[in-house]
Design a protein around this ligand. Structure first.
Ligand SMILES: C[S@@+](CC[C@H](N)C(=O)[O-])C[C@H]1O[C@@H](n2cnc3c(N)ncnc32)[C@H](O)[C@@H]1O
Length: 304
């Protein structure tokens, strides 16, 4: 069985994969390259790449969300232990089907337990997956105190323990180095033939649509600019990168934030559906940006 994302995650990239595939530099992907994903989230592109490029030498993933990274590490190192806890959670939760009050009580008790962060590694990872599967719309949102605060979702008997996939993911992760922290630290793990894929928290399309609170710290315009400087640095060091972000210009034609920021690079506008958006009106109409430093290298003058 092929490994696929084990979480629902905002900004999941399944829709964008075919465009990303066309954009990937063939001279890299046909070699023993290193794949680096500094904002991994649910890893939709990571798992696709692991399944499709068996010649990949290794992969490096990173995210600032330490609960998420703890879950990746648990799946990599202790999949069976994790599965046995998830099976218990799933049986207990499914047994409450039919009584909304009891389901709610159970959900909020588990959320409280998760927020104590006192369970050992695999217990904490199991609670992370349980909440992801049973919460409203698969959201991950925490308050300033890093307390997860998403309400319960309305799913009937959701799959909480997908045993086959956890085992497949565990196997796929054996050639993946798993890091937790700021995206810039991934550079230390790059080698000559590296390909970076960046999927940072998107710049919100409006003040109110701000949906980028995956972690305690906000990813604001200053962070977007810091990421661009990091991309410059990679370019100068001759690494290849691809980056996705929201198309703010599609919403406001005078908003040139990304067009100006990445004017030295190659910007494509592509169709992409947002998989998580509470407002159905906003699903599916927008474009996204796919930016890369891969252009016809001969004609290309590197920015200073
Ligand atoms: C848009 S999501 C990634 C979506 C992912 N590609 C997927 O397919 O689900 C952005 C991720 O960036 C992480 N993040 C936010 N700030 C970060 C930082 N400074 N360094 C590394 N990761 C960060 C968030 O925790 C979140 O998981």
């Amino acid at each position: 069985m092929k490994a696929k994302p084990f979480l629902k995650w905002a900004g999941g990239k399944t829709q964008l994969i075919s465009v990303i595939e066309q954009t990937l530099p063939k001279d890299i992907t046909q070699t023993n390259f290193t794949y680096i994903e500094p904002f991994v989230g649910s890893g939709a592109v990571l798992f696709w790449a692991l399944n499709n490029y068996p010649n990949m030498k290794k992969a490096v993933i990173n995210d600032i969300n330490d609960d998420l990274i703890n879950t990746y590490k648990t799946i990599a190192d202790r999949p069976k232990e994790l599965i046995s806890i998830l099976e218990i959670l799933q049986n207990e939760y499914h047994a409450l089907e039919g009584s909304e009050d009891n389901k709610k009580l159970y959900y909020y008790k588990k959320r409280e337990l998760y927020n104590t962060r006192k369970e050992e590694q695999s217990g904490q990872a199991a609670l992370f997956i349980f909440l992801n599967r049973t919460c409203f719309n698969g959201l991950y949102r925490v308050n300033r105190k890093n307390e997860y605060n998403v309400p319960m979702g309305g799913y009937k008997k959701p799959t909480i323990c997908d045993k086959e996939n956890i085992l497949a993911v565990s196997e796929a992760l054996q050639k993946v180095e798993i890091l937790c922290g700021d995206f810039e630290q991934t550079l230390e793990h790059a080698d000559k033939n590296s390909l970076f894929y960046f999927d940072p928290p998107y710049k919100p399309l409006s003040e109110t649509s701000s949906f980028n609170s995956y972690a305690k710290d906000e990813f604001n315009d200053k962070e977007q600019i810091r990421l661009k400087y990091f991309c410059n640095k990679l370019d100068i060091l001759n690494h290849n990168w691809i980056l996705s972000n929201s198309d703010v210009k599609g919403k406001d034609k005078n908003d040139n934030f990304f067009d100006e920021l990445y004017s030295d690079f190659n910007i494509q506008r592509v169709d992409a559906k947002r998989s998580i958006n509470a407002n159905p009106e906003k699903r599916g109409k927008l474009k996204e940006l796919l930016i890369t430093n891969q252009v016809n290298k001969k004609e290309y003058v590197r920015p200073i």
